[in-house]
Design a protein around this ligand. Structure first.
Ligand code: V47
Length: 380
């Protein structure tokens, strides 16, 4: 079969809403140009989310950078006695929450290092302090890497750990720690941390308990196309089973200050291809996010026509990418996000973490009401 007829076959599947196979994904990766991928992915994106482009008002909190792991891609981690090591106390956490409140944030995104001197209670307390300071703020916190570590420390199952966190105020789980699932890559990048099986078990447990979560993939380092497609298919299979993933976020590798600083940053074309291929392969995910902090505003804006329907949020206090050389601003205002989205020909919609519309109070825009969930325009 020629490349042209193979592409026609895949196009026909996309139009007929049929699932793409591993081989289809590999073909798209290796033989299809970025504009064709974008055109196909845009069709799926508009079928699922119409002309909406979602954003949220959020702040980040990385309560410590002290981490016992040495993942090769990470520029954020620090040894306990390193000059850049830090650990927040309760007062610092409260201050961040009050800042979030004054900015009208609806979400706080919390991830950090695995501090070998801190017990599970310290991590639980982070959630408790946030929730006690301002209970309206949605807490999206701790990846499966952390949950797995808490389970290891407490010798309790994931469900117990998640229930304790939920009781303290946890609202959902972010998508980090996924990196690349395939052991050929994962064992080189981060051999000690939770493996793919555990990453999925944590999400499955969370979904069964009614917690929604996100998923990511770190691309543009030592992985190959077949590892990326394998990664997407594993996510799709989990989603078939438990259905709790909300959005997929492809994360471009930033090499500065990491143990892989000899690798070049992925190009804009690769970034757009990853967004488009994810949109095409993950037929059971409602949303694909172009995380502007990592892609830059220009590629994130363009990605809204290549499969993405979300650009994350105002994101104040991001450290993980900025430590690894991201040149993007420390945060964007809502007016800037609106401009990015409108220029791309899309309609900006502020969402909360659970993709319900946020309706701002005209008199005081730091206050809001939650509207109905903005369901995908049609089923996949
Ligand atoms: O797991 C770390 C990645 C992730 C680097 O759920 C790096 O809404 C590139 O998961 N270059 C954490 N990537 C960030 C994350 C995330 C971000 C935004 C939104 C959401 C969400 C989740 O960042 C890590 C790792 O895959 N990462 N270092 C680096 N040098």
């Amino acid at each position: 079969m020629t490349d042209g007829s193979r592409l026609h076959e895949i196009e026909a599947k996309v139009h007929a809403r049929e699932r793409l196979t591993f081989d289809d994904g590999l073909f798209l990766e290796e033989h299809v140009d970025v504009l064709t991928l974008g055109r196909l992915a845009n069709r799926v994106r508009e079928r699922k989310n119409g002309n909406f482009a979602f954003y949220n008002t959020n702040v980040h909190l990385n309560p410590t950078n002290v981490c016992l792991y040495r993942c090769r891609f990470c520029a954020f981690r620090a040894d306990l006695r390193a000059e850049k090591a830090y650990t927040f106390d309760d007062a610092m956490i409260r201050e961040r929450v009050l800042e979030a409140q004054s900015r009208g944030a609806t979400e706080i995104h919390v991830v950090g290092g695995l501090h070998h001197q801190k017990k599970f209670d310290w991590y639980l307390n982070v959630i408790r302090v946030i929730h006690e300071t301002w209970s309206d703020l949605h807490i999206k916190a701790w990846t499966p890497v952390e949950i797995h570590w808490f389970s290891h420390m407490t010798k309790r199952p994931y469900e117990w750990v998640l229930q304790e966190l939920k009781d303290a105020g946890l609202g959902s789980l972010p998508g980090g720690g996924a990196e690349i699932f395939h052991p050929e890559v994962r064992d080189i990048l981060c051999e000690h941390k939770a493996d793919a099986g555990n990453w999925f078990k944590v999400h499955a447990a969370a979904h069964r308990m009614g917690l929604r979560s996100n998923a990511t993939m770190l691309y543009g380092h030592i992985e190959q196309a077949r590892h990326r497609i394998d990664h997407l298919i594993r996510l799709r299979e989990q989603q078939d089973e438990t259905g709790g993933f909300q959005t997929f976020i492809p994360l471009a590798f930033h090499p500065d200050n990491t143990n892989m600083s000899d690798i070049k940053k992925p190009s804009g074309v690769m970034d757009l291809k990853m967004v488009a291929i994810a949109r095409l392969m993950l037929d059971n995910f409602d949303h694909v996010k172009a995380y502007w902090i990592m892609l830059g505003e220009k590629i994130a804006q363009t990605a809204l026509s290549f499969g993405a329907d979300d650009i994350d949020g105002t994101v104040v206090h991001e450290l993980i990418y900025h430590d690894a050389g991201a040149k993007t601003p420390e945060g964007l205002t809502v007016a800037q996000l609106h401009r990015l989205i409108r220029e791309a020909g899309r309609e900006p919609v502020e969402r909360d973490t659970l993709y319900r519309q946020v309706i701002r109070d005209d008199a005081d825009p730091t206050k809001w009401n939650i509207g109905e969930p903005l369901l995908p325009v049609t089923a996949a």
